[in-house]
Write a protein that binds this ligand. Structure first.
Ligand SMILES: Nc1ncnc2c1ncn2[C@@H]1O[C@H](COP(=O)(O)OP(=O)(O)OP(=O)(O)O)[C@@H](O)[C@H]1O
Ligand SMILES: [Mg+2]
Length: 356
């Protein structure tokens, strides 16, 4: 539904160049909710603005619903021709700060894109009320944005974004200004719209909980590149996945000579079995749990756990084999600089005061 190939964006200002996108190949399938995460400055907003050509890519192509938008865009940066404007109506967008017009009522805000589309007054009113009904705000049609809560404002933003019957909805941190409870209800609305209207949703977020709650697939951006992407449930079962670590961070001290630290990922039916107690009883080992993160992803229980077994790795072959036989993903985290600081540097534990 959304494909970019080798997309780059270089900003030039006052003789300086910033490469905000550096060869991004994105592939979002029809009907999925796709999350893009990454640190501040990674290029997430630039990517989303390039998808509807609000920002003109320096090179590469953007295809939405089979249409090459980069080909429609023409040469001039700030002049969108008619074909591009039409294509854009099929791409809805919502924003962190809602971007509503304070001088217009809720209905007036939703009618704005309908005016641009050339609907008559009557058609506009009918369509706007239909959309407000869809987002559960029909009773606020005459209210002004200042009279609404943040969650309600975002619902208006969503209704407005759906005015052109888009196939794709882009969301740039749409829940970042909302409290956790409201975030959940807005995410549920997005999920419902995704399922009822078959709407493809691409959302940018820095909140891992958002990805866990609604995303089918996710990508991790870093310095203008997508460094990892895939179906969330599959990533969780992929050894060494950075996204899995970001989604389910497990703390705890790394291994040393006389103990073995193991990261295990539970997914599918393994999440329901008492694997740890079976390990402990069956192999007569004392298992310490150093850290754990469990959650529901796509309606299924998944999670990661970091455990410690006494003795070095060589002595734990049988317990490790048992864990793998249970269908768990088993990883031995690399000892970090905390255990083996390079010569001449103090151990990280000394610097942070940990373990004192
Ligand atoms: N209009 C612009 N002119 C020059 N540089 C820009 C412009 N917009 C973004 N950048 C730069 O491009 C890089 C990516 O910015 P972008 O806004 O896409 O990051 P982001 O991942 O959305 O960050 P955040 O999580 O803080 O919103 C940054 O280094 C930023 O300073
Ligand atoms: Mg941003």
């Amino acid at each position: 539904m959304i494909t970019t190939s080798d997309l780059t964006k270089v900003y030039r200002s006052r003789g300086r160049e910033v490469t905000a996108l550096d060869g991004v190949d994105l592939h979002v399938r029809p009907g999925e909710v796709y999350g893009v995460i990454g640190r501040s400055g990674a290029g997430k907003s630039t990517l989303i603005r390039c998808l509807n050509l609000l920002e003109r890519p320096t090179s590469g192509t953007v295809t939405v619903d089979g249409q090459d938008l980069t080909a429609l865009a023409g040469r001039r940066a700030h002049r969108a021709g008619r074909p591009l404007r039409e294509a854009r109506t099929r791409i809805g967008m919502i924003f962190q700060h809602f971007n509503l017009l304070s001088s217009r009522t809720v209905r007036g805000n939703v009618e704005l894109p309908l005016e641009i589309l050339g609907l008559t007054r009557r058609e506009r009113a009918r369509k706007a009320m239909e959309l407000l009904d869809l987002v559960g705000l029909a009773d606020k049609a005459r209210a002004y944005p200042a009279q609404l809560s943040g969650g309600q404002k975002q619902r208006v933003g969503i209704a407005r974004a759906l005015a052109g019957d888009p196939k794709v909805l882009l969301s740039d941190e749409a829940t970042s200004a909302l409290d956790p409870e409201t975030t959940r209800s807005v995410l549920k609305l997005l999920r419902d719209l995704n399922q009822e209207l078959g709407l493809t949703v691409l959302l940018i977020t820095h909140e891992m909980d958002v990805v866990k709650a609604v995303c089918d697939s996710a990508a991790l951006m870093e310095s203008g590149r997508i460094v990892e992407s895939g179906v969330v449930s599959e990533l969780l079962a992929t050894p060494g996945s950075r996204l899995a670590h970001e989604l389910f961070p497990v703390g705890g001290a790394p291994a040393s000579a006389d103990r073995t630290v193991v990261d295990i990922t539970f997914h599918g039916d393994t999440a329901d079995r008492p694997v740890i107690s079976q390990l402990s009883r069956g192999h007569g080992v004392d298992v310490s749990i150093l850290g754990a993160a469990m959650d529901t992803v796509g309606g299924r229980q998944v999670g990661r756990m970091r455990i410690e077994l006494p003795g070095p790795v060589e002595d734990n072959a049988a317990p490790l084999a048992f864990l793998r036989e249970q269908g768990l993903t088993v990883e031995l985290p690399e000892p970090t600089a905390t255990t083996t600081p390079p010569a001449g540097l103090p151990a990280a534990a000394e610097l942070t005061g940990e373990g004192a």
